[in-house]
Design a protein around this ligand. Structure first.
Ligand code: F0G
Length: 458
């Protein structure tokens, strides 16, 4: 196939949502009212919203049409059977348990398999996964090697297999209810995990008789990276690669708000009959009957159709290329970004861009607020605001101070992204004038959602 310099959006726009334009002075006022916390803004006051890629994508014509087929029968709805078939076409597990989003699947699974004294190793737990593991009294361990943000490696999301072996030797296999692999690895830059790594982790789990689960939120993006980057995989179809990923594990948790291409939804899947029965019992307490979980029939239809669309190669080529387009443009202007560019987001290295702002004055917060004030772009601080508070109430610098610019699926065009590049360029040009922040008010846990800030004087 011809290699074009411009990979176009493989869709036309059929229905539009207005973006309300605003001025820097208006945004400065809204920011102050929100206590300089971007979660506190009205979304109408945001021009380009890159807070998350979760549930924020555009659905297709065929998904909206599928919604009309939604059947809201309490039990045994045809929409459930379509959903189950679509999940099993990619992930042929015996049991599929629908939930309202990913964290509900995590909550159910860990409340069944976790508990005090247990340890759940992963390449990198997402924050809700970690919170759901820890809420049962279990320990959540991240076993991806610590690599410099600018180190360019094809599969930077891989688990350190030797560290897994050491963990099993230290805590004993009986303390480990399951090993997890998050694909792609969101907490550390949206980096993929190779098939070779999944196979190697599987081999360790087999030797010790341990179950292996995928947190599969961005499975299609991960499979596309395998096709592009892993030796011997280029000829394979995406569903074929996904089947192999599924065949190497015992089960999965999933948020359909990512690679389910839907605005809500998720599931838990596994082969183990006994575990499935215990999870379904929990499901009924909080989510609903096992043929709808926490979802309406129409949601099940939208996800079933979304799963057919997300493995399309034209879509994935555009998806991964358009994220890289943003990251490469920023890197070319000298803006420090986590390398290589991940699947769903570009991560700006605020600590490197703002070396004059110490971590405890929150350089990520300073950069995220400046991007909003300059151009109405909303990103997300992933750094000392999110992770700095210790259980004893003291504060430590997080490992990195990043700002994540997450790209909603099929939502923004190349000109929106060109505008984002221009805004970052302007903010980077006056980086030395940016000031840090202090927190004026924060809840004891998950403070990044609701904390209020104040800019430090100049
Ligand atoms: N696992 C990963 C890797 C995630 O990125 C997320 C959500 C979840 C689990 C939980 O899924 O939101 O459906 O309950 N990530 C979003 C984000 C919120 O912005 O990265 P959920």
């Amino acid at each position: 196939m011809t290699e074009w310099r411009t990979i176009i959006e493989p869709f036309r726009i059929h229905s539009v949502e207005p973006i309300r334009m605003s001025t820097p002075a208006e945004r400065a006022g809204w920011l102050a009212t929100a206590g300089w916390n971007l979660f506190g803004l009205h979304a109408d006051d945001v021009i380009i919203d890159l807070l998350t890629d979760s549930g924020t994508g555009a659905m297709s014509r065929d998904q909206w049409a599928a919604i009309q087929h939604g059947d809201e029968s309490y039990a045994g709805s045809p929409s459930w059977f379509r959903f189950q078939a679509a999940v099993q076409a990619l992930f042929p597990f015996r049991h599929v348990i629908p939930t309202h989003q990913g964290r509900a699947a995590e909550k159910i699974l860990f409340s069944v398999i976790g508990g005090p004294g247990t340890v759940v190793p992963s390449n990198a737990h997402f924050d809700t996964t970690r919170a759901n593991v820890e809420a049962t009294g279990a320990l959540a361990l991240d076993l991806a090697p610590v690599l410099p943000p600018d180190a360019i490696l094809p599969f930077k999301g891989d688990m350190d297999v030797a560290a897994l072996e050491r963990t099993i030797a230290e805590v004993g296999r009986d303390a480990i209810p399951a090993v997890f692999l998050t694909v792609t690895n969101n907490s550390m830059g949206g980096q993929p995990v190779s098939l070779a790594n999944i196979r190697a982790v599987r081999a360790v789990c087999d030797r010790h008789g341990l179950p292996l689960f995928l947190d599969a939120c961005r499975f299609a993006e991960n499979a596309w990276f395998i096709k592009l980057r892993e030796a011997g995989q280029a000829h394979r179809s995406i569903p074929d690669i996904v089947h192999e990923m599924a065949s190497l594990v015992d089960g999965m948790t999933m948020s359909a708000k990512k690679d389910g291409m839907a605005n809500i939804g998720g599931w838990l899947a596994m082969d183990d009959d006994d575990l499935a029965e215990r999870c379904r019992t929990q499901l009924i307490l909080t989510e609903g009957f096992p043929t709808y979980g926490g979802l309406a029939g129409r949601d099940l239809e939208a996800i079933a159709q979304g799963l057919a669309e997300v493995v399309d190669e034209d879509y994935l080529r555009y998806r991964i290329r358009s994220t890289a387009y943003l990251g490469e443009a920023l890197a070319a202007m000298g803006v420090p970004v986590v390398q290589p560019i991940g699947g769903h987001a570009v991560y700006l290295d605020a600590r490197a861009l703002l070396p004059h702002i110490p971590p405890l004055e929150y350089p990520g917060q300073a950069l995220a607020c400046a991007l909003y004030e300059e151009g109405g772009i909303r990103g997300c601080e992933i750094g000392t605001v999110m992770f700095g508070r210790q259980p004893d109430g003291t504060e430590l610098a997080a490992r990195m101070d990043l700002v994540r610019l997450a790209i909603p699926r099929r939502t923004y065009t190349q000109s929106h992204i060109d505008y984002v590049i221009e805004v970052v360029e302007r903010v980077a040009a006056r980086a030395a004038s940016l000031r840090g922040f202090r927190i004026t008010d924060a809840p004891p846990a998950l403070r990044h959602f609701t904390a209020r800030f104040e800019p430090l004087g100049g």
